[in-house]
Ligand binder design. Structure first.
Ligand code: 4AD
Ligand code: MG
Length: 421
């Protein structure tokens, strides 16, 4: 659990006033042992009962004045010996996590469970992750742009599309900003967006949400190989930044040596055909043309021990905008990036930039040309080769922090049976 001492400098004899919340509380023969929580983490506070002004209980907000004492027995090696604890806001006796705790409770009381040490640490890493991405794209002179969320056509197929009534008509919630990012390219060339994406996922898995945060760059004059270089550079930059700046909480998630290896080693690139071969012994029923599922993907990253790019998927399986490989028209110039502990974390590709070939793809995918006229215009007026990808922020967090379930990678997860609170 993240101790304040790992974040801020504490010294024996230092006078300190802290505001925060009562994370834990014990009363041992007239003496209070309070674990105070604030945004910097946890610190043990000790005082006698007559120094307390107000009713002290779990999650009461408090203002504490005292002196820091170095003490090897205290968590983090320091405690605050308080001369005064003032209760700012009392807390009801009915703190829901008093009695017992279950996953269902963590979800029903999510608004309160955000105060848990675990989620506090996850959100700190999440924040650093997004800062790392922002820094990376700024260094490379990308422009951050803001595509719409209400959209009129599917990017990733109809089966996971959320339909919403729209003033007597209908609209959809965006599954991906990609098509709109492509429209920015002739004016800004290198763009990226971070937006919520929506998928009407009907199955419950440990890696699917109905609303997730999607980081998507789109770059002119880059092929599918350059696209993979960009992915690897971005993720390595993020991993290094988290290692450098979040050592205060990383220990909460176990050994960090894996992150160090990922930041250093060159990542593996194999084709879909090779991936099928790699997993064939474990999944003998898998044949060419089948999608890799969660189990196959996780087996693959375990076997190859790290991040794995899988390229050249069968055309039928993938989206209409992906460029067909001219030397083998059965496959596309795409990649999925498989991450340890979770599987697919990025989907990316070179885009079909020629109008006639794009129309052919759309026909094969049985799409209605009328719905995509604006997108086709992008091919009619000065089209260029280009590539891009989509990274699921929560999936990357699951991988980096070895989380058991995607629900803990974001504050208010949404699933088929959950939109409250
Ligand atoms: O592979 P996907 O569907 O690709 C696209 O949407 C492209 N248009 C992106 C692009 O090229 N700009 O989704 C990209 C990533 C996945 O690899 C995964 O990390 C995440 O988005 N993702 C989900 N994350 C959580 N819950 C879900 N239901 C997700 N669906 C996709
Ligand atoms: Mg995908």
């Amino acid at each position: 659990m993240a101790q304040m001492a790992s974040k801020i400098k504490l010294e024996d004899g230092q006078k300190l006033e802290l505001k925060g919340w009562v994370h834990r509380l014990r009363n041992i023969s007239g003496k209070y042992f309070v674990v105070l929580r604030n945004a910097n983490g946890l610190l043990q506070v000790v005082t006698s009962a007559n120094n307390v002004d107000g009713k002290l209980s779990i999650e009461a907000s408090i203002d504490v004045k005292g002196v820091i004492k170095k003490d090897e027995r205290a968590p983090g090696g320091f405690e605050l010996q308080a001369e005064k604890i003032l209760v700012i806001g009392e807390s009801s006796e009915k703190w829901p996590f008093h009695r017992y705790k279950s996953v269902e409770m963590e979800m029903d009381y999510r608004h309160l469970w955000l105060r848990s040490s675990k989620l506090q640490s996850v959100f700190k890493v999440r924040n650093t992750l997004v800062n790392g991405a922002t820094e990376f794209f700024n260094n490379k002179e990308f422009f951050k742009v803001d595509p719409p969320i209400f959209v009129s056509s599917a990017c990733e197929g109809g089966s996971t599309l959320f339909e919403v009534p729209y003033f007597g008509d209908k609209a959809y919630l965006s599954q991906s900003a990609q098509l709109y990012l492509e429209a920015f390219m002739p004016t800004l060339e290198k763009v990226w967006a971070l937006t919520p994406s929506f998928r009407a996922e009907k199955s419950r898995t440990r890696r699917h949400l109905t609303e997730y945060w999607h980081l998507e760059p789109e770059v002119a004059f880059v092929d599918y190989k350059g696209n993979m270089d960009l992915q690897e550079d971005l993720l390595k930059h993020i991993i290094k930044k988290v290692l450098d700046e979040r050592s205060d909480v990383l220990d909460d998630f176990g050994d960090r040596s894996e992150l160090e290896t990922w930041a250093k080693d060159k990542w593996i690139r194999i084709t879909y055909d090779e991936a099928i071969n790699e997993v064939k012994n474990k999944f003998p029923k898998l044949k060419w043309g089948d999608d890799l599922g969660t189990e196959e993907e996780r087996y693959l990253v375990e076997k190859l021990n790290g991040f794995v790019f899988v390229t050249h998927y069968p055309r039928e399986m993938k989206a209409f905008y992906m460029k067909v490989d001219e030397s083998n028209p059965k496959v596309v110039l795409n990649n999925d990036l498989m991450a340890p502990h979770v599987g697919e974390t990025i989907g990316g590709s070179e885009r079909e930039w020629k109008l006639d070939l794009l129309l052919e793809n759309m026909k094969m995918h049985k799409l209605n040309q009328k719905d995509y006229e604006w997108y086709l215009d992008l091919r009619r007026y000065g089209s260029v080769p280009h590539s891009g990808f989509g990274l699921g922020i929560e999936r990357l967090l699951v991988s980096m922090l070895k989380l058991d379930h995607i629900r803990d990678a974001l504050p208010f997860p949404r699933f088929i049976n959950r939109v409250y609170p």
